[in-house]
Design a protein around this ligand. Structure first.
Ligand code: ACO
Length: 335
């Protein structure tokens, strides 16, 4: 039986720093509100003309991960790409990364699970490796939020939260059953799909229809979020996904060396930290600097934590996410 372990990590964020104060120049918001409610101090937004896009950032992060894995691009068998903000409606970002990295005609799969995207993508890649089908898989999470936010006061409850960026790992086959991904746990509850949604343009709400309406209040092409409803569900589902993994692996919360929660809101992460009685060294947060980068957030945080020597050989690392769908899940890793 094969197992899969992370052999390389990397992340990329655009250079352009946008502080809370910067936002207050074009919408009615302020640093105090944003920090108090979300913990966010600044985020990165792609600068026009920089050439960055969801796929380009994904490819940049992937290059770093690949380099650190010590593998050649020819040794990668498959790409799993998670995003809610692909460069094009179709095709997805995975094929663009395949082309940008000049890879052979390997398969490329896009995962559409919003903030849980990277957790889902890791689970998919893990199954391909455990069955023996593939040896090395690039797993990428990337988002360009700034290109599609309502940056007026009307959209402030959503726009101040999101940032751009990408992260990637190389997941590789190992025969050491004590190391690597121990288990993954995935869930969804589609009845809440419209509580956190971007409805159009889509086949249900196509561009000509939106334009024909000529309704200035029609903002269905911007993300909508029922913030407090999402918040309440997030804290419950985060906890469930962690408990499920602990039980499956006969572990206690105190065994967790590093929890890397999806960076949706610092208050959610702090709630989870308190609930599981984890100390500050056991949880990694970087929402202060990058905002919520959705499918990229867990992998950016994981990669940054690893880069800061927060992860040691043999550590129990837990990834957990919750987001639009609703979807949620966790990944338990013995490093
Ligand atoms: N600046 C200043 N004031 C604001 C802002 C802003 N940016 N945004 C909203 N407000 C105002 C509102 O208008 C409201 O004013 P009122 O009381 O006069 O009506 C007040 O602040 C409170 O607004 P709420 O929306 O109730 O604020 P809340 O405390 O719920 O915080 C937040 C909002 C931060 C979005 C929070 O609900 C949250 O974090 N929710 C969960 C997010 C999450 O987990 N998302 C999942 C992942 S995302 C994904 O999957 C794509």
């Amino acid at each position: 039986m094969y197992n899969s372990k992370i052999t390389g990590l990397g992340f990329y964020v655009p250079e352009n720093v946008v502080t809370n104060h910067d936002l207050s120049k074009f919408m009615d918001t302020n640093d105090e509100w944003i920090q108090e409610r979300t913990g966010i101090k600044e985020r990165r937004w792609i600068k026009e003309g920089s050439g960055d896009s969801t796929s380009v950032m994904g490819a940049k992060a992937a290059r770093t991960a690949l380099e650190r894995s010590g593998l050649k691009k020819e040794e990668i068998d498959f790409i799993v790409f998670a995003t809610l903000s692909p460069d094009m409606y179709f095709p997805g970002g995975g094929v663009e990364v395949q082309e940008l990295l000049g890879m052979d005609t390997i398969g490329a799969l896009d995962v559409r699970n919003q903030c849980s995207g990277f957790v889902y993508a890791m689970s998919v890649a893990d199954q391909f490796i455990k069955t023996g089908m593939y040896k090395n898989i690039l797993v990428i999470g990337s988002e360009n939020h700034s290109g599609g936010l309502d940056k007026t006061t009307r959209g402030r409850n959503v726009s101040v939260i999101f940032g751009d960026g990408a992260g990637a790992v190389v997941l590789s086959r190992t025969e050491d059953s004590n190391k690597g991904i121990l288990s993954t746990h995935l869930h969804s509850e589609g009845k809440h799909a419209k509580e956190l949604v971007l409805e159009g343009p889509s086949t249900a709400r196509w561009v000509p229809e939106i334009l024909a309406n000529n309704d200035p209040n029609d903002v269905s092409y911007y993300p909508y979020m029922n913030g407090q409803f999402v918040f309440k569900h997030a804290v419950t589902r985060f906890s469930e996904a962690i408990i499920e993994g602990l039980e499956k692996n006969n572990l206690e919360a105190s065994d967790i060396d590093l929890l890397v929660p999806h960076q949706a809101n610092l208050r959610i992460a702090q709630f989870i930290q308190r609930k599981f009685k984890l100390n500050d060294d056991q949880v990694y947060n970087n929402i202060m600097n990058y905002g919520n980068t959705t499918a990229a957030s867990v992998v950016i945080a994981l990669s940054e934590a690893w880069g800061k020597d927060r992860i040691k050989d043999g550590d129990l690392v837990v990834l957990a996410a919750f987001g639009s769908g609703f979807t949620w899940g966790s990944v338990f890793i013995r490093w």
